[in-house]
Design a binder for this molecule. Structure first.
Ligand code: TPP
Ligand code: SF4
Ligand code: MG
Length: 267
């Protein structure tokens, strides 16, 4: 059918800045959906607010563009009422782990069959470059002109600790891997988290002397490595890419269905 079928061309040109990584995520996601052979009518995309969240406007799935930080709460409601549909939730790092951090950890804990995509550009892009919980110590932002002293955390470690049954990381440089892990995440039955390191040349790049979009992507190439690689053993500061968790566990909607059956038995 071709990925074009999934796009709402009437909403183009998109709002992303030249070089923004979010368009690469959109491209990888479209290919993942096409490879699986999903029909657009079978997909619900729920997003909050942010440059990343704007992705839902460009796709001709069933889409809900909701409230900053609450996309997973809305998605949980949709999935509970229509469990046969495929739920995709693209979020920014602020959206998912700052204001939305509470929803994020509890969605991981429930193991509801939703794919959460964290588009991590380490900044609040849409609102003008404030630092996020993933900016990291030593970075600069419009709200940290003399340096950010907040440590960041590891999205993969948080997702695993909170109970997500599929957890992966890739970057906008590694488009083939990005597509593959999104495909695996969507096919996985349970709560899937895919962190994608994405560049914001306009704010994170400019404030941190990251250079052009391609310079920032070059950093994704040189500063990341496959899981448990020889390079990681030699340089522990490298960030690992790949699938960190892929396990089976009871899925929330199915468990809930069993409860309904039990409660209504004999009526
Ligand atoms: C309840 C609420 N609080 C704050 C905002 C303002 N706001 C909109 S997007 C955003 C942060 C965007 O950053 P991120 O989620 O990382 O997405 P990005 O734009 O970087 O892709 C904020 C604080 C809002 N829209 N609603
Ligand atoms: S501000 Fe940053 S995240 Fe937003 S569209 Fe521009 S480059 Fe992308
Ligand atoms: Mg962001």
């Amino acid at each position: 059918m071709g990925t074009r079928e999934y796009i709402r061309e009437r909403f183009f040109p998109h709002l992303w800045c030249p070089g923004c990584g979010h368009g690469i995520v959109l491209n990888g996601l479209l290919h993942a959906v096409e490879n699986i052979g999903l029909k657009k009518n079978d997909i619900v995309m729920v997003s909050g607010i942010g440059c990343s969240a704007r992705i839902s406007g460009y796709l001709d799935f069933h889409t809900l563009h909701t409230i900053h930080g609450r996309a997973l709460a809305f998605a949980t409601g949709v999935k509970m009422s229509r469990p046969e549909l495929t739920l995709l939730v693209p979020m920014g790092d602020g959206d998912a782990l700052s204001i939305g951090g509470n929803h994020f950890i509890h969605a991981c804990r429930r193991n509801i069959d939703i794919t959460a995509i964290v588009m991590n550009n380490r900044v609040y892009g849409m609102t003008g470059g404030q630092y996020s919980p993933l900016s990291g110590y030593g970075t600069y932002a419009t709200t940290a002109p003399y340096m950010n002293i907040d440590p960041d955390f590891d999205v993969v470690a948080v997702a695993k600790a909170a109970g997500a049954t599929f957890v992966a990381r890739s970057t906008t440089y590694h488009i083939k891997q990005l597509t593959d892990v999104l495909e695996a995440a969507i096919l996985h039955k349970g709560f899937s988290v895919v962190e994608i390191m994405s560049q914001c040349p306009t704010y994170f790049g400019r404030k941190n002397k990251g250079g052009s979009a391609s310079d920032m992507m070059e950093v994704f190439r040189t500063r990341t490595t496959p899981i448990a690689s020889k390079e990681k053993a030699e340089d522990p500061s490298l960030i690992e890419r790949g699938v960190f968790e892929d396990r089976e566990a009871p899925e929330y909607c199915e468990e809930y269905h069993h409860i309904i059956e039990r409660a209504t038995k004999g009526r």
